[in-house]
Design a protein around this ligand. Structure first.
Ligand code: DQA
Length: 148
């Protein structure tokens, strides 16, 4: 059994009402619920955390070290484009992660094309709305299965 942590960055607590053209109509709770069920069906453990504060996301990443988290699914939201501190936190704990975005960041403003995470992630999935998360989780489960 593997332990998955899904982390959601700033403003993602407003999913469902926030810019639905970019982020869809599903709220965060429903997305987490889908991921939790998928994890359970595959025989794995699921945890999730959302914060609008950079330091809280950093603390949660640090805690995942002692919680024996095997894999992180991370949507850093706007911190994608700004946060060296979150990048360093992920490098410090050395837990594999997939970077996720609901929207296709490459189809939007040019500042969204740069990420502080993509080059240290196992992979990046963007542009599929809520399905970006399930694709990431399925890929992570497969990766861990293949590693044994
Ligand atoms: C986002 C894309 C980011 O550029 C943006 O700041 C977000 C959400 C996405 O999921 O598409 O808040 O990470």
């Amino acid at each position: 059994m593997a332990k998955f942590l899904t982390l959601h960055g700033p403003n993602l607590n407003l999913l469902g009402e926030r810019e639905p053209g970019h982020y869809g109509s599903e709220n965060l709770e429903a997305i987490n619920q889908t991921l939790a069920e998928r994890c359970k069906t595959a025989g794995h453990e699921f945890d999730c955390f959302q914060s609008n504060a950079e330091h809280q996301l950093i603390e949660r990443i640090h805690n995942s070290r002692t919680e024996s988290t095997d894999f992180i699914i991370f949507n850093p939201a706007a911190f994608t484009h700004t946060s060296v501190a979150l990048r360093d936190a992920l490098l410090a704990v050395n837990i594999p992660f997939i970077e996720v975005h609901l929207s296709n960041v490459h189809k939007r403003e040019s500042f969204r094309a740069h990420s502080y995470f993509s080059d240290i992630a196992e992979g990046v999935i963007c542009g599929f709305g809520k399905t970006s998360y399930t694709l990431a989780l399925d890929a992570a489960i497969q990766m861990l299965d293949e590693k044994g």
